[in-house]
Design a protein around this ligand. Structure first.
Ligand SMILES: Cc1ncc(COP(=O)(O)O)c(C=O)c1O
Length: 395
């Protein structure tokens, strides 16, 4: 029976990272996977995480299952971090949450809830979006519509096209939005544009589902959350999928959370109960280690302050890399790369053709997606000049 199954191709992004690892060229540059890398090309452990871990290892007395909804300190800390200190939705107790295995787990539980509430719901996704949105959401049987989002000519959001397309979203539909640091394009909505989408949701009755995987990597924790919080303040229902993979560097620990912002407390509790049944069916119990670390950081003011400092430094470094890359590319190519500095978070489309991106890989050992999406955090002082001269050479 099993021998009927064929071998599937590797995930494109993970396949590129593997090809880069195997490349013997000492000048190789990996700009493929969306992980933060420091000056040494390493994805570092936050010092605050290290301290939380030392304390946890010393104090841990059991490896019994977690509660199905996860660690309480983690849930409460994340609700506050995502929705903001003193959030009216939190004060009104109209928020429920479940700790999930990463942001992906949160997206999947969110999709399960949508499917349970509205089996015929269409999920509107931005064009382009993170490719993993499709398998994560379609695996529960939801169908998709796309809305235009990114204009390659201006390297910015094509907001008129987005609004025109979303006029087709109706009550019972879901609109998936990137809360900040859009993956793959780095072009984010301005606050006034969030307000327009909130108006449309109010008028047309669709439900926003906000993928919030990069809080703190664009303009800081609160500014990155402003659009999402505006939606929460204005609308009766919002689902949010958040992650600590990037902003705490807990990628492999699988730490995420799905938040249900509902009409009232009763509905929030109903959704949590539905999400728990879905989680039990898929992975049974959430993993402990990463959430215990994040929960510890978010419930200890000294640890949280030091984590916030580390994250702010990381964010500042990414924005510095954006300026440096823009400058060097402009010097080498004589073209305008100002968009790199305007975008947010880890990603940018350089605007190269597929052939140019592939040539960079083949001839220069510079690994980016065929779409020329780069992980800006893969740039550092050692590879910046090589990257800029190589890109100029293929242009
Ligand atoms: C847009 C987006 N959403 C969600 C995730 C989920 O990440 P994780 O499951 O590792 O927390 C990622 C990770 O790359 C992402 O880029």
């Amino acid at each position: 029976m099993l021998d009927k199954l064929e071998r599937l191709p590797a995930d494109i992004i993970l396949g590129l990272a593997a090809a880069c690892r195997a490349d013997p060229n000492p000048a190789k540059v990996d700009l493929s996977v969306g992980i933060y890398m420091d000056e040494q090309g390493l994805c570092p452990v936050f010092e605050s995480v290290r301290r939380a871990q030392q304390a946890l290892v010393g104090e841990e007395v059991t490896k019994a299952y977690m509660a199905p909804a996860g660690d309480e300190a983690f849930n409460l800390g994340m609700q506050r971090l995502v929705l903001g200190e003193g959030s009216p939705a939190l004060l009104d107790a109209r928020v429920g949450s479940i700790q999930t295995p990463g942001g992906c787990g949160a997206l999947r539980i969110g999709a399960e809830i949508i499917r349970a509430a509205a089996p015929d719901a269409r999920v509107w996704v931005s064009d382009p979006t993170w490719p993993n949105h499709f398998p994560l959401l379609s695996s529960v049987g939801l169908s998709f519509k796309t809305y235009r989002y990114y204009d390659p000519a201006s390297h910015d959001v094509d907001f008129d096209a987005m609004v025109a397309d979303l006029k087709g979203a109706t009550a019972g539909d879901v609109v998936l939005l990137h809360g900040c640091c859009h993956n793959p394009c780095g072009a984010d909505l301005a606050l006034q544009q969030w307000a327009v989408i909130a108006d449309m949701a109010e008028r047309q009755g669709f439900t926003p589902f906000i993928d919030f995987a990069y809080q703190g990597l664009g303009d800081g924790l609160d500014r990155d959350a402003a659009g999402m919080r505006l939606m929460v303040a204005r609308l009766p229902e919002v689902i949010i999928a958040a992650s600590c993979s990037k902003n705490m560097g807990l990628y492999r620990e699988r730490v995420g959370i799905v938040l249900f912002v509902c009409r009232d407390e009763t509905n929030a509790q109903a959704l949590v109960s539905q999400g728990l049944v879905a989680g039990r069916r898929i992975y049974s119990m959430p993993p402990a280690h990463g959430a215990l670390l994040a929960g510890r950081i978010l419930s200890n003011p000294a640890l949280e302050a030091s984590w916030r400092d580390e994250l702010a430094a990381m964010c500042q470094r990414i924005n510095g890399l954006r300026s440096g890359l823009r400058q060097r590319l402009e010097q080498e190519s004589g073209r305008d790369f100002g968009f790199i500095e305007r975008e947010k978070g880890m990603f940018s489309f350089l605007g190269l053709s597929v052939e140019q991106a592939q040539r960079l890989r083949r001839e220069y050992s510079i690994y980016m997606l065929d779409s020329s999406r780069i992980n800006v955090a893969g740039v550092n002082d050692h590879n910046l000049d090589y990257l800029a001269t190589s890109v100029a050479a293929v242009l």
